[in-house]
Structure formats: C-alpha cells, structure tokens
Design a protein. Sequence first.
Length: 293
Amino acid sequence: MQHVADIITRLQAMTRKGSKSDRRLAALVLSDLDFASKAAISDIAARASVSEPTVTRFCRSLGCEGVRDFKFWLAQALAVGGVYLNPEPLNRDVREQRVVSAVTEAAIAAIQRASAGLDMSTLLEVGERLAASAQILCIGSGGTSSMLATELQNRLFRLGLSVTSQVDGELQRMYAAVASPETTVIAFSTSGFARSVIDAVNLARQYGAHTVAITAPGSALATAAETLIAFQPIEDGNIYKPTSSRFALLAILDMIATATAESCDTKVLEGLRRIKQSLNTWKIDDPRLPIGD
C-alpha cells in the first residue's frame, strides 16, 4: 500500500460498516491506540478474541499491506493528531474565568516571546523600505497568514502608500511577475512552506523586487526572501483554543506599520485626518473611535 490517507477515519468507518470481527477490532484499536500501535499481533488477537489471520485480514481491509504497515500508519496518526484523539476532559466549573485566562494569558505570553526574539534593527529597516517603496505587495496563504496580508494592506494604505494584498495563489504569482526594483513584497507564512508564497517571492526577486518574509527561521520561505523577520510559533497545548500565535504576529505587524508610519514622517498625517473626518461625517461623530476600525 503506497498511501493510507487517514487510518483513524478508516477505523471509525469500520466500526459502523465492517464485519462483526472487524467492528470488534476497530473498536479495540480506537479505544487504546497506544496499545494497538505497539502490541504483537498475538496480543491484539487475544484481546479482541479473534485469530491472528483475522487481524491480518482486518489490516488489509483498511488498505494496509499487513500488520506492520498498519502499525506504521497508526503510529504516524498518533504522532500527528494524538492530542485530538484522547483529550483531557473539560472541567465545566468556573468556565467563564477559565476561558478568559486561557485566551488572555496565552496571548500575552505569545507577544512577549515574539518581542524578546525580534531583531528590531531589521524591523526598522523594513519600515524605512516600505515607506520608500513605489509598490507594496502583501501575500499570505491559509487562515492566519492570509489575514495578516490583508491587515497589513489595511494598515499601510492609510499612510498614502500604494499597497495590495493577495491571498489567492495564482494571483500571488501573477502580481509577483509584474514586480519591479521599486516593489517590496511582504510574505507571511507561519510554517514557511506555503508553496504559492515561496513561488511568488522567488518570482519577485527575479524581477528585482525586495522581499521580506515573516516566517519560521530555517524554512523554505526564510531562505527564499532577502530579509527575514523570524517568528517561531510555540503553542500551549490547549486544543480547544485558537492559536495564540495570531496575537504575536499581529503585534509584529503593528510594529512594522508603526515603523513605516514614523519613516513617512508627518506627511502621513493629512491622509489620516481625511479618513477620520470622512468617517465621523458619514458614520458617527465620535473622535475617540479608531480610524476605520
């Protein structure tokens, strides 16, 4: 068997649709994945009250070559997603405070970790380059990275800069293909292995654009870009909570936006005043509200 897409899903299906012995074996495996991934075929057969040939046929019915192949795919599934298969039971007591603490404390910790590891001289240089760029292209793929690309466009256009964000892979490559030496490309990728983002960075460099990556050090994207703002996400193990790395990345993005605005100096103020004026005129007259948020 060349590839078993998801052994856990196949086991779950087997508990509903398999033969009597297959259903018994599937239920046994799912109830104790660690045992099934390590036990000898004789022990699995004995615990399920079936014969060893039945265990072998069961493994083959899942798309595996045999018991050894089955154990390989099961061990891989445990390594990749085991935390989601046997989570700690939720404690419903004092739920409100627990949810608040889980989110806020992890967000603060993520921002502090990211800030401590930042090379601020590089970040300030990126702000100066953005302020002087004729065109800025922000790119990212996936949930967090695409959000960051769009948000950086939202932060920079109000400074009077010519900026575009692209989260579609083909459009990323197309926009990169018309880049010039006056273009700066800002690429976001938490993993550093988003193919379209890497391709776009390589294309843009071919046409003389300066490229900046906010990504994991040592990744393919980090290698492709000229300038790296290193970011290594560290999760806290809470599988029910959205990733806290979003807050750290947004903090880095805000630092870039602030450094860019300061590099533009006071010439950005008129544009900001106009945006504030238009919003207060057409929406609600409250000068305490943030600009366009």
